[in-house]
Every structure is written in structure tokens, then in C-alpha cells.
Design a protein around this ligand. Structure first.
Ligand code: SAM
Length: 231
């Protein structure tokens, strides 16, 4: 048998409303918030009984935003400057024969009133991502600190991030609604989400976080957050 029918057991509500600026792996932006809403018939407290004992969970998900775009046997990873090809199975590319992703996230709490919701932090998932499975993260088996990362190193030096006076004032006004927003913006921009070819200090970028559009640019001193506007 080589075909299986699977269905989403849940759907992600994420601070990341578009693909641009989502980090390349989970854990790089610990302030990124997401809620995993379990779907019927899996939205029963029984299905998550004792899961709250674990600090982290693995999420198996569908790259739903790119799933229709097919795959190729070789991929040009951004890590290699976009010029060198490696096998698709030597990458974490979203364009795979089966568009399945794997991410670990911090499990902050579980709500079981009126459905089941897992509050997560640090995930690299787009809003609306369908979740196929949840598994507890087992540090004794899953953490392999001496594993070699091949060409995929940890990304090197983070980009310095600063905020304009206008952005600072806007963050203050948004503090009650989005207490982690400042850290989230700083963590996301520290990863330097600019496309590889872009090195223009006059160019302004927008990124959608929550219901906000974050305007920023990048010069020799690093990223500057210009303003934070409603999306
Ligand atoms: N940690 C996962 C893995 O290794 O399978 C994902 C790694 S993939 C390189 C990370 C990228 O996936 C993010 O930068 C984001 O743009 C993209 N992504 C996240 N959720 C997605 C979704 N639902 N559909 C398509 N792309 C998605």
C-alpha cells in the first residue's frame, strides 16, 4: 500500500500572516505566538490528556500555501547562496513530493473549554497551516547536540535591530494587545529576512505580523523599524 488518506487534526492561528519574514526554522523567534485549534472529532480534552506535562511538541503539518507548486529532485538552498543544487531530501524545502513539514514548538498552555486550543511559542508556521499530527518532544531521544548540520549552519551573526521614535511610541500603544510584539519584531529582523539579492538601503519592506504591517529598512548599521501600521 502506498497511498494513505490523512486529514487535518487542527489548524494554526499564527502571528505570521504571510510567508515573507517567517524564519527558516522554529526556535529562532521564541516570541512568535500561535494557537493550534483542534478540529472535530479530535477537539476533545481526552485527546490531549497529560500533554500539558511536556514543555515542547512536534507538529507535523502541510505546507498548504505552496502545496500546489510541485517539487524537483534538486533544490538551491538559500544557505548556499542560491547557486548550488542539493537533493530535495537534503533540504527542509517547502517544495517536496509530499508537502509535509516538521516543527518543534514550546507548549505554553492548553485550553479545553469549548473545544481544545494549544497555545504555542516559537513556531515557524503560516496562519492557517493544517496540522496532521502532534507528538510530545522527548529531549532524551530527540535532542542530539552533537549532530552535524552539513551546509545548514545556524545562520551566523544576527542583524542588529533598532526602532525609530515613532515605532517606539506605537509599540507602547500596542503593549496591552501584543505584549511580545517588540521582541518578535527584533527576533524576526535579526534573521535578516531580505531576499538574497536585495542590498538597497533606501528600499522599504513591509511584513505582516498579527493585524499589523511593520515597515522597516536596512542600512550598514542593521535593520531599522520605521513604523507599525494597521494592516
Ligand atoms: N520547520 C519546518 C520543516 O523543517 O519542515 C519548515 C521549514 S521551511 C524551510 C520554513 C518556511 O516554511 C518558512 O520560512 C515559511 O515561509 C514556510 N512556511 C511555513 N508555513 C507554511 C505553510 N503552511 N505553507 C507554505 N509554507 C510555509
Amino acid at each position: 500500500m502506498s497511498h494513505w488518506n490523512m486529514q487535518a487534526i487542527g489548524r494554526i492561528e499564527s502571528c505570521y500572516k504571510e510567508k515573507f519574514a517567517i524564519p527558516r526554522q522554529p526556535g529562532l523567534t521564541p516570541s512568535a505566538e500561535a494557537i493550534l485549534h483542534l478540529l472535530p472529532p479530535y477537539d476533545t480534552p481526552d485527546a490531549v490528556r497529560e500533554l500539558a506535562q511536556f514543555s515542547h511538541v512536534w507538529l507535523v503539518f502541510v505546507f498548504h500555501a505552496t502545496a500546489g507548486q510541485g517539487w524537483r529532485p534538486t533544490v538551491r538552498p538559500p544557505k548556499l547562496g542560491g547557486n548550488q543544487r542539493v537533493g530535495v531530501f537534503a533540504t527542509r524545502s517547502t517544495f517536496r513530493p509530499n508537502p509535509i513539514g516538521l516543527s518543534v514548538a514550546r507548549l505554553e498552555r492548553i485550553e479545553t473549554d469549548n473545544g481544545v486550543r494549544l497555545h504555542l511559542a516559537g513556531a515557524d508556521l503560516l496562519d492557517g497551516t493544517p496540522i496532521l499530527d502532534i507528538k510530545p518532544y522527548l529531549a532524551y531521544a530527540d535532542a542530539l547536540p552533537y549532530a552535524s548540520n552539513g551546509y545548514a549552519d545556524d545562520g551566523g551573526q544576527p542583524l542588529p535591530v533598532r526602532f525609530s521614535a515613532e515605532a517606539d511610541a506605537q509599540l507602547l500603544a500596542l503593549q496591552a494587545r501584543h505584549p511580545r510584539l517588540r521582541s518578535l519584531i527584533a527576533e524576526v529582523l535579526a534573521q535578516d529576512p531580505r531576499p538574497g539579492y536585495a542590498d538597497d538601503p533606501t528600499r522599504r519592506y513591509g511584513m505582516a505580523l498579527y493585524d499589523l504591517n511593520i515597515l522597516w529598512c536596512c542600512d550598514a548599521a542593521g535593520a531599522l523599524v520605521i513604523s507599525i501600521l494597521p494592516a
